[in-house]
Design a protein around this ligand. Structure first.
Ligand SMILES: O=C(O)CCC(=O)C(=O)O
Ligand SMILES: [Fe+2]
Length: 471
């Protein structure tokens, strides 16, 4: 009997070590894949003849508690769990767990390996505390966190990790769009229409927002995030449509993995809601959002013309004078391992147009023809994208495009998005001008406020919120 037990233990030990070595090769394989070295990854897999690792792990009693573990990757959650150091952690976990430990092991165990300074966790057998969710990324970074805690790990599929740098987002010259020369203006309108239809994104240069104001609002945003956590938490709203909301990640109530981003969201039009701290913040924001509304007003006119409509068509149809303007300030502190986490995962924006101001650190990537393209902002430019409601209104003619923000090791990236849309109570559906026998209505009409509520209460899971109202 004793002999049998000894043999069993020995066998357990050997097979675990063999498995760990297999896992190391898999991790190496994943690193190759991430860096686009697909041939090397294939070769490695072929050499090792590794197959069915997931199956083996499950056979040994591990049942992934996916809800806690990974960011949603449509239809492949469980599969994506078998990646990175998580495999090592699982291997380690299976070795050290007593034979009769419960079949269902909370996957936060993985955090014990990934989260540096987690020694206490190991000693106490504890996972990362739930409250971690409420810690801002800024605080986390300032606490000298030298790694990415497991609950911030978002796994990107190998095909989504490949970036295509050969194509550039189109550039629109605002001064030509507003030019008194009709030939110049109509050329710019044509370019604007092409950009909205083919890209859903464009870089705007020679606009009317002074560089000094852009710098001032970026500095004011930095000062807001530099307030103490207690001061900032005064603005932590409870509901997604609260007029002012300071927070972290996207929506911690639904995010499966946290994102490396703190944010401040303010409804700034038709009523101005802005934190009263720090000193001068609300005045600067007020000045900035007026200018950006002016700019977007002109762009909407150009867009109407590009669609063959009267220039004030959208203004009148959606009552833009009383329209919603939301300011979203994104704060992405430097990250020790940016490849493990996301600033903001793939999503589309609600509203008609979003104007994005960023400090000169790139990080935005957009999807174009199924490929991810990094956007390097031109100095003093805005990045503009068409939102879901322009797609709805034009019955799909102008597209709202997936985009995401990645983080970097070097410095804090700040981006300030202003989203411009209809008043919250207005129902937006496809306009009759875009519906015909060949073009049946493609989206259900929905109140703008309900749409935002829906989008903000669900995890950003790569599916555009539009998919929920597509007919
Ligand atoms: O930070 C960025 O570049 C993107 C921000 C964004 O997409 C958003 O706020 O909706
Ligand atoms: Fe966005």
């Amino acid at each position: 009997m004793a002999m049998l037990k000894w043999e069993e233990r020995l066998h357990r030990g050997f097979s675990s070590w063999k498995w760990i070595i297999q896992e190391l090769y898999l991790v190496l394989g994943n690193i190759y894949t991430r860096h686009g070295m697909l041939e090397e990854a294939d070769e490695l897999r072929r050499l090792m003849g590794i197959n069915g690792v997931g199956k083996e792990t499950r056979r040994r009693g591990y049942v992934a508690e996916i809800q806690f573990a990974t960011n949603s990757v449509e239809g492949s959650k469980e599969q994506s769990l078998w990646c990175h150091g998580e495999k090592l952690a699982l291997a380690f976990g299976l070795m050290v767990l007593p034979p009769r430990s419960p079949r269902k092991t909370r996957v936060q165990f993985v955090g014990l390996l990934v989260f540096e300074g987690s020694q206490n966790g190991v000693q106490n057998g504890l996972a990362l505390p739930e409250e971690t969710k409420m810690v801002s990324v800024k605080e986390l970074v300032e606490s000298n966190c030298r790694s990415v805690p497991s609950n911030y790990i978002s796994l990107i599929s190998p095909e989504d990790s490949i970036l295509y740098e050969t194509e550039n987002v189109p550039t629109i010259d605002f001064s030509q769009l507003t030019s008194s020369n009709p030939i110049e203006r109509s050329k710019a309108i044509q370019q604007l229409g092409d950009a909205c239809r083919d890209w859903g994104f464009f870089m705007l240069i020679n606009h009317c927002v002074p560089e000094t104001l852009r710098e001032k609002v970026l500095r004011a945003t930095q000062s807001f995030f530099d307030l103490s956590e207690e001061e900032k938490k005064e603005y932590a709203g409870e509901k997604v449509l609260d007029p002012i909301r300071y927070g972290t990640s996207f929506n911690v109530m639904v995010d499966k993995a946290l994102f490396w981003r703190d944010y401040l969201k303010c409804h700034v039009h038709p009523h101005l809601h802005v934190p009263s701290k720090p000193h001068g913040f609300s005045e600067t924001v007020d000045e900035y959002i007026r200018k950006s509304r002016e700019l977007v007003g002109e762009l909407l006119k150009g867009i109407c013309e590009s669609l063959g409509l009267e220039e004030n068509y959208i203004h009148k149809r959606l009552n833009i004078e009383l329209g919603t303007q939301l300011l979203i300030a994104n704060f992405y502190p430097p990250c020790p391992k940016p490849e493990l986490t996301m600033g903001l995962p793939a999503h589309t924006d609600h509203g008609l147009l979003t104007l994005l101001l960023q400090n000169q650190l790139g990080g935005l990537q957009i999807q174009h023809k199924g490929k991810w393209i990094p956007v390097n902002p031109l100095p003093n430019s805005f990045l503009v994208n068409t939102g879901d409601h322009l797609e709805i209104l034009t019955n799909g003619k102008y597209k709202s495009v997936l985009h995401r923000a990645v983080v970097n090791t070097k410095a804090t990236r700040i981006s300030i998005a202003t989203a411009h849309g209809a008043p919250l109570e207005i129902i937006v559906g496809p306009a009759p001008e875009f519906i015909g026998d060949d073009n049946p209505e493609a989206y259900r009409a929905i109140k703008y406020g309900d749409y935002i509520q829906f989008q903000q209460s669900h995890e950003l899971d790569r599916r555009s919120c539009l998919d929920h109202i597509r007919i």
